[in-house]
Design a protein around this ligand. Structure first.
Ligand code: ZN
Length: 222
């Protein structure tokens, strides 16, 4: 079987999920497919990143990064280096999840924070990719008293009148699972620990092989 099998991100994710369920012996038999899947996956990711970067006149590189794969993170953006790090385990959470994470990290290239401007950029990217409906983004401000009697200002964002980023999600402590309803959550969401365990066990050596094959034009940090 060849790379053509993996003509979409969905096919890559589907294969990765099935691969994890195989016995060690069967995994070994499917090793070439796993390498082919990673090469195809990298191409799809390149394509998405290049598309957004070209459209917005941005420059960036990306890498698969095991070295920084702290528990629960999906991606990271270093806006100084214009470098997006993706943690390979995201493949187990589906094609939409990968897109959401990438668009979240791309929005960080020009907005190294989670303030309103960041969310507006993130929403625009998701709309351009057809992952959120077109429409008007509006904001609401709320001033609440903190426990010391000071003032805290919160912002919420609405898309076509529907709450899309609530005040809790504006903070950097955002956690939770990505849902189809809110792709904005992706970058800060926790990858399920089951996915992480599966990923770590099944993929590390195989990805290393894909890298050594020199077929991938991306940086690997292991
Ligand atoms: Zn973020």
């Amino acid at each position: 079987m060849t790379q053509e099998r993996f003509s979409t991100l969905e096919e890559c994710c589907e294969f990765a999920t099935q691969f994890c369920l195989l016995t060690p012996k069967k995994k070994l038999e499917q090793k070439d497919n796993m390498v082919a899947m990673h090469i195809a996956l990298a191409r799809h990711i390149d394509e998405l990143i290049n598309r957004v970067c070209t459209r917005h006149d941005l420059e960036c590189q990306w890498e698969w990064n095991y070295g920084l794969c702290w528990r629960g993170s999906a991606g990271r953006c270093n806006s100084h280096l214009c470098l997006i790090s993706l943690f390979p385990n995201i493949v187990f959470d589906g094609a939409n999840y990968i897109r959401d994470v990438i668009l979240h990290e791309l929005a960080h290239l020009t907005n190294p924070h989670h303030r309103r401007r960041f969310w507006k950029t993130n929403i625009a990217y998701l709309q351009e990719e057809g992952l959120l409906p077109e429409g008007e983004v509006t904001k609401e401000e709320e001033v609440v008293e903190d426990r010391w009697g000071g003032e805290l200002k919160y912002h919420s964002l609405y898309l076509n009148g529907k709450l899309i980023v609530d005040r809790w999600e504006m903070g950097s402590s955002m956690v939770g699972r990505i849902t189809d309803h809110n792709p904005l959550l992706a970058g800060n969401c926790k990858v399920s620990s089951r996915s992480l365990e599966r990923g770590a066990r099944a993929m590390k050596a195989i990805i290393r092989e894909a890298r050594d094959n020199k077929q991938l034009n991306i940086k690997f940090v292991i």
